[in-house]
Design a protein around this ligand. Structure first.
Ligand SMILES: Cc1cc2nc3c(=O)[nH]c(=O)nc-3n(C[C@H](O)[C@H](O)[C@H](O)COP(=O)(O)O)c2cc1C
Length: 388
């Protein structure tokens, strides 16, 4: 197998491994995919200053502390639904690789494997991403499970009350498909390695709702039922209510405007994820990176600022840390890596990005993420600034 040299290689390998319906579900964005492209393009707006002849520590310390918890690296996997459909036990494989790399893992509400399974396998409890259900009892049972398993932080996703249109999914019938069709069988037949790996022991279930007849049988049916049941009436009052109910750390995922960042700070949450869902929701929104400085200013210095959407390179991570982000989440890259080569793929992805970040820091005359954060925006050159 050719080695993985960068994140794009994992994407291509994932496409070779996966039936088209899943490869397109991961890769796609909303409507014309303009925001998805902007998420990549806007990193070009800043250059990194090259500084030489500084005394350097080449084993750069890349660790960060976010909301009182240390991570060996300033990036990690964001919540991605149905990882266990891209590779058998995909959630467990990503969680294991993350635990070994000493970085956090955020488990999606729409995961194939549940909290308890992950905790038992990895010997540590992941963070939990919460999608609110229309039925308050379902939400209470999520919170109860979080308490029982010792979850410390919940990421409440707030940008999906309305589901956007991803045209690739419409064409493939994703979500509309809740049973095997001849087209699907043909796609599976063209991916024998995926089929043998995944269909061994039967098509997986979403552990959270397994055995509950109202959700149907098998992850495809359960996925479409689960998304149809999402709470559409999400408001700041919903956030206030959850803040009252949940005593652990609460982070709002899907804030992208400074006005909303200010409101989040006033709502008493512990942090936000500056996210446009990887360009999968509001098409023609800005990239998250373009909003970072303003969102940090609105949020204030004390709340945790996670960011995601479009991060693929060590240089992207370095630029966001310089402009005030505390931690970078990545969605698709981890889905591609686990699809491409399971736990080993995820470990390779982490190693690659670690190296890219360390080299970038050193060439910018820096020895650690702590130094980078201290230098802040002075590390970068704003190319749109004519006086630069
Ligand atoms: C296949 C896929 C599934 C996702 N599932 C979830 C999810 O269950 N919950 C959630 O909050 N975000 C979900 N997201 C959004 C990611 O957490 C993240 O915001 C986004 O992928 C970041 O952009 P990137 O993929 O460019 O890194 C998903 C994204 C993808 C690509």
């Amino acid at each position: 197998m050719t080695p993985f040299v960068n994140v794009d290689d994992f994407q291509q390998a994932a496409r070779r491994h996966l039936p088209r319906i899943f490869a397109d579900y991961i890769d796609g964005g909303a409507f014309s995919e303009t925001t998805m492209r902007r998420n990549r393009a806007d990193f070009e707006r800043y250059a990194i200053r090259q500084l030489v002849l500084a005394p350097l520590d080449q084993t750069a310390d890349l660790s960060v502390s976010t909301l009182g918890r240390r991570s060996a690296l300033p990036f990690g996997p964001g919540p991605v639904g149905f990882l266990g459909l891209y590779r058998r036990d995909g959630d467990i494989r990503v969680a294991r690789a993350a635990a070994k790399a000493d970085i956090p893992f955020v488990l999606s509400t729409f995961s194939i494997n549940g909290l308890e399974t992950i905790r038992k396998d990895c010997g540590r409890t992941p963070d939990f991403q919460l999608y609110l259900d229309r039925d308050p009892q379902v939400n209470e049972s999520h919170l109860a499970a979080c308490r029982e398993q010792g979850v410390e932080r919940i990421f409440l996703t707030v940008d999906t009350a309305i589901t956007s249109v991803r045209e690739r999914d419409v064409r493939n019938g994703f979500r509309a498909t809740d049973r095997m069709t001849p087209q699907l069988l043909w796609q599976f037949a063209k991916r024998p390695i995926w089929s043998l790996d995944l269909l061994r022991g039967g098509f997986p279930d979403v552990e959270l709702v397994k055995g509950r007849p109202e959700f149907g049988k098998g992850a495809l049916a359960q996925a479409s039922k689960l998304s149809a049941r999402l709470e559409k009436n999400l408001t700041w009052e919903t956030v206030a209510e959850l803040r009252r109910q949940w005593e652990g750390k609460l982070i709002l995922k899907g804030i992208s405007d400074p006005t909303d960042a200010e409101r989040a700070a006033r709502a008493g949450v512990d942090g936000i994820v500056l996210s446009n869902h990887g360009g999968r929701q509001l098409d023609h929104a800005t990239s998250t990176f373009a909003r970072l400085r303003d969102v940090r200013a609105a949020l204030g210095p004390d709340l945790a600022l996670y960011i995601d959407s479009g991060f693929r390179r060590g240089t992207d991570v370095v630029k966001a840390l310089a402009l005030g982000a505390d931690f970078i989440l990545m969605g698709r890259p981890f889905a591609w890596a686990v699809a491409a080569d399971g736990e080993r793929g995820v470990t390779q992805l982490v190693d690659l990005l670690r190296e890219e970040i360390a080299i970038t820091l050193n060439l910018a005359g820096l020895s650690s993420v702590a130094e980078l954060k201290k230098a802040g925006a002075s590390t970068l050159i704003d190319l749109s600034d004519k006086d630069a």
